[in-house]
Design a protein around this ligand. Sequence first.
Ligand code: ZN
Length: 328
Amino acid sequence: MLIIDSHAHAATEDVLPVRFFDGWVDNLERLLPPDAAPEQRNALNAMFRRLNQDPNCDKLIAEMDRAGIAKTVLLIVDFAFAYPDQPDLLREVYAMHRELMLRHPGRFIVFAGIDPRRGQAGLELVEQALRDWDFRGLKIYPPCGYSPDAKELYPFYGLCEQYGVPVLSHIGPTSPTLSFKFTRPDDIEDAAFHFPKVNFILGHAGVVWRREAGMLAAYRPNVYMDLSGFQPEWRRGDLDAILLEHKRSGLLRKLLFGTDWPIHRILGGQKQWVDAFIDCARRGILSDEELGWIFYDNAAQILREPTRGSLAAGVPSTETEDREGVLT
Ligand SMILES: [Zn+2]
């Protein structure tokens, strides 16, 4: 079974800053029982830090191999405006991702991340990444304090149209050190409407706003959803119901498998999450064909990866030619 993980991050504090995880710990601490020992907070902190220590992605590659994940999309988030007291490492993070592609050839697809408040300099950086460094998409993170519909983002979406690459936007609540204001699926509606040739992926398939996300994915040809971040729902036994709901709505060709590594490592590794989907197919929630769409075909189509059929037949990939073709 071929698998693409459409949503992950390099696990390092340069990519996912300590302040991001501090917020999670703050929130979890309030949810602890009243008699919880004070050292539990320190234990939570230590655990998140430990899960976020894989700067060369060697552990991730080992997990991918164990789970049978052929390729993983690594998403860069530009936190500079959200955490202005922290050093701005965006250029270093871009360089780090170029090295990761060289260290693990053929295993990673990188999406540039940008805050639109960077303006022209940000536009030049993203264009360089798409044109010269083989980055293959744009990740935006509205909890950093902007709407995905902001007009300042339109030139970036224009670049995505020019280079034929998708935009992935975070949807739903996140670390409490960030704003949840622009995290509803509907916040992306104007952009999806104005850029019909750009594919927009709703991160975490809307999570708490699944129906709203499903509505956009059902009615807009260029809106997709990634299934990362549902590990808590799976642990609660809700994954079947979620997949069946999307299936009834005819949305299985709009769903992309994703893990959100390393955020959900606390709830299990890549293999467990892959196995949860395989188990759904074994129990008839999904057919094998539908599982193949979610695991590979849907992502391959919008990422311009070779089809399963062409890989099985040993046909060399024409993806490079295709991507050059869209530049004209
Ligand atoms: Zn993520």
